[in-house]
Design a protein around this ligand. Structure first.
Ligand SMILES: [Zn+2]
Ligand SMILES: [Zn+2]
Length: 303
């Protein structure tokens, strides 16, 4: 056992139970899912206890530990926005994301901080931190210890969260007593696209991870494993299959050998072969299967 928990974001058709079954079909030890349509705010969507129970039964049947499941927040949640209505709705939406994730008993929900628009970027970071605080104050801490995690971004336009300093500022806004319920995760495509050199050498990549750990004061709590369709520092967020993009295969071998990828969820968000999946189809996507096989070849040898 390498202690690396690999998985993907399978198709969501049919809901969380079906996503779990698709992950299990590819022998994944981690997975990511949406708990509602990601193009809506979903401020009113809740998870009923019987659905949560079925979800945990599916995890159990698939041999997947709930703590290794990540929920991805809706894309529309722009907690950084200077527009009052937008940021208020995003705040409410993020609290519901945490509520649904807590109801399911998963390890964390992650989200993109959004864009500062024409507003001040430092104030935007503070709004993101305030939204996290609101979510943590609204949803009581549960046995599952479900966290809210900031995901670094590719840095297109005025999106926030491309640097360690921005993420650190967001997290610094969260009161000390709530801080253990939050953190951050890193997406390899977003790192590369936003100009962090993770691909030229193992040393360069280590320096990038060192700097995030040092500036934020803690290690990332998940990684998204994605190659990039666009070149270094392009600020474009388009994922490619591992080894088939501008990052290339070797940097993922270095990443999987870094002790910071041990013990946390490492989730592919790479393209799927199938665009449409029937709700009742529990089979894994062929590209996901191919990626899982490939990643297994990159894992460090067991000590
Ligand atoms: Zn990602
Ligand atoms: Zn992305």
């Amino acid at each position: 056992m390498s202690g690396r928990f690999l998985g993907s974001h399978p198709a969501d058709a049919g809901g969380p139970v079906m996503a779990v079954r698709r992950a299990a079909a590819a022998q994944m030890q981690a997975l990511q899912l949406f708990t509602a349509l990601p193009t809506y705010y979903n401020e009113k969507v809740r998870i009923k206890p019987d659905r949560a129970a079925k979800f945990r039964e599916a995890l159990d049947a698939g041999g997947i530990v709930p703590a290794r499941v990540l929920v991805h927040g809706a894309y529309v949640l722009n907690t950084a926005s200077p527009e009052e209505e937008k940021s208020a709705r995003a705040k409410a939406g993020l609290a519901r994301e945490l509520e649904r994730s807590t109801a399911l008993g998963v390890g964390a929900c992650c989200f993109h901080p959004g864009s500062a628009g024409d507003g001040d970027p430092l104030e935007a970071c503070d709004r993101v931190g305030d939204a996290i605080r609101h979510a943590l104050e609204t949803v009581p801490e549960s046995e599952s210890g479900t966290r809210v995690l900031i995901e670094n971004t590719a840095g297109a336009g005025r999106t926030m969260g491309r640097s360690a300093a921005e993420i650190a500022r967001m997290l610094a806004r969260v009161p000390r007593e709530l801080r253990h319920r939050t953190g951050y995760g890193l997406d390899s495509c977003h790192l590369f696209a936003s100009g962090h050199d993770i691909a030229s050498s193992a040393e360069a990549q280590r320096a990038v991870l060192d700097s995030f750990e040092h500036v934020i004061g803690e290690r990332p709590r998940f990684f998204h494993l994605n190659d990039s369709k666009h070149p270094f520092a392009s600020n474009k967020d388009r994922h490619a299959l591992i080894g088939e993009g501008e990052i290339g295969l070797e940097p993922f071998r270095w990443l999987l050998a870094d002790p910071r990828t041990e013990g946390i969820s490492l989730v592919l968000e790479t393209p799927h072969e199938r665009d449409e999946v029937a709700e009742e189809d529990a089979s894994a996507d062929p590209f996901d299967v191919k990626m899982m096989v490939l990643l297994a070849t990159l894992l460090p040898a067991a000590p």
